[in-house]
Design a protein around this ligand. Structure first.
Ligand code: UD1
Length: 366
């Protein structure tokens, strides 16, 4: 091993929950040290700073401050800045998580500098190459040395893509580690109370995928869907900046006026999970939320044609309804009329994934 540090990369909101437990596990081991690099892909205080604070992350050793841009420009900016920053971080290994542009950009820089890469949440596949995340996942897995998986399907996908099995480790889900670790704060947050929402009597919605929110027709149909759901129960919708901007751009904001759809700013982690834990169901196109609802046993309706997390539909509470809002409406009506998905918690989603990852790294880097 050349350098001393495990350089952990986070850039976008869903990354922070995945690196936090790894950094915590590293801090408790004498042999390895973790440092955090923040690429700045997400930068609004409520998309970034609040997560650093709530997840008890150490201050980033480096903040690359790249911000938003087209995919090519954003990825290139991250690569350019990370290439300059990496040598001074004395890296033994670069650890990347998930599937965002920061993931592939930093993995590529590291391998080109001869630094091995670990990928946490490896092997997930939607088999939809129009999703930017799918390309990021496939490429990151091809160049990573150590691949840590969350579910069986991921190991099968990696085997099919020719990744040698000795590189692949089924360790569980670090996002669930964070959920377990912060459960006392989530329970204490009681975020529904000031909103006047009864336990089990409201829905939580998140929508931010380009496929759902970047076209006026699709976003308009989703707004109609939300207005329709709100006739049956209140809907809480913490809204991603991309979606908020598009609602305004397409002139759709007014259509929810007077409805029981409550548009909120992106929520801090404990408040958001508190809302999810006590709701009747979630409607989403997020990846991570499919897993969090499965762990919490909360019904989840996923407005997408594919999921890269099939264990959430096989064992968990997730129902994949496709892209048509009318199909989501049918699934939600069935759910409200008593057809409630029940599930179990997938194997190794037990709050101890990061410890297993660090144990593997200790052994492999010795
Ligand atoms: C990114 C990830 C996606 C992940 C999502 C979680 C990629 C390709 N996509 O998508 O996989 O599910 O994060 O949120 O990496 N914006 C702000 N403030 C911010 C961040 C973004 O206003 O702090 C706005 C900007 O207008 C920006 C847009 O949101 O152009 C999209 O941000 P970007 O990071 O490009 O992608 P996300 O849609 O957030």
């Amino acid at each position: 091993m050349s350098g001393r540090n495990i350089v952990c990369v986070a850039g976008a909101r869903p990354n922070f929950m995945k690196v936090a437990p790894v950094l915590r596990a590293l801090a408790s081991r004498p042999g390895l040290a973790g440092v955090l690099v923040h690429t700045g892909q997400h930068y609004d205080p409520n998309m970034s700073d609040s997560f650093l604070r709530d997840l008890e992350l150490p201050p980033p050793a480096v903040h690359l401050g790249v911000g938003s841009a087209s995919h090519g420009v954003q990825t290139a900016r991250i690569m350019e800045s990370f290439e300059q920053a990496l040598p001074a971080l004395d890296p033994a290994l670069v650890l990347v998580v998930g599937d965002v542009n920061s993931t592939i950009a930093c993995a590529l820089v590291a391998v080109k500098q001869g630094v091995p890469v670990a990928h946490v949440e490896a092997g997930l596949r939607s088999f939809d190459r129009t999703m930017p995340e799918e390309i990021n996942r496939i490429l990151t897995d091809q160049i990573a040395e150590h691949l840590f998986t969350t579910e069986d399907s991921a190991g099968e996908n990696l085997a099919r893509e020719g990744i040698p099995p000795e590189r692949v480790h089924f360790t569980g889900n670090t996002m669930i580690d964070t959920l377990v670790h912060l459960m006392p704060r989530i329970e204490a947050a009681r975020a529904r109370e000031p909103l006047g929402l009864p336990a089990g009597g409201y829905a939580v919605v998140t929508l931010h995928r380009p496929g759902n929110v970047d076209s006026p027709a699709r976003l308009g149909a989703l707004v109609e869907l939300l207005a329709g759901i709100a006739r049956r129960l209140p809907v809480v919708f913490p809204i991603h900046p991309r979606t908020r901007a598009n609602l305004a751009r397409f002139g759709l904001e007014g259509r929810l006026a007077g409805s029981r759809v409550l548009l909120l700013e992106p929520q801090p982690y404990p408040a958001f999970l508190s809302l999810v834990r006590e709701c009747r169901f979630v409607l989403t196109d997020s990846g991570g939320l499919q897993e969090e609802t499965t762990f919490l046993g909360v019904p989840c309706i996923t407005q997408r044609a594919t999921t890269e997390r099939p264990v959430t539909t096989r064992l968990g509470t997730n129902r994949l309804v496709g892209e048509d809002p009318a199909a989501a409406r049918r699934a939600i009506d069935a759910l409200l009329d008593g057809d409630v998905p029940r599930g179990t918690v997938p194997p190794l989603w037990d709050g101890r994934c990061a410890e297993r990852i660090v144990a593997v790294l200790e052994e492999r880097l010795r």
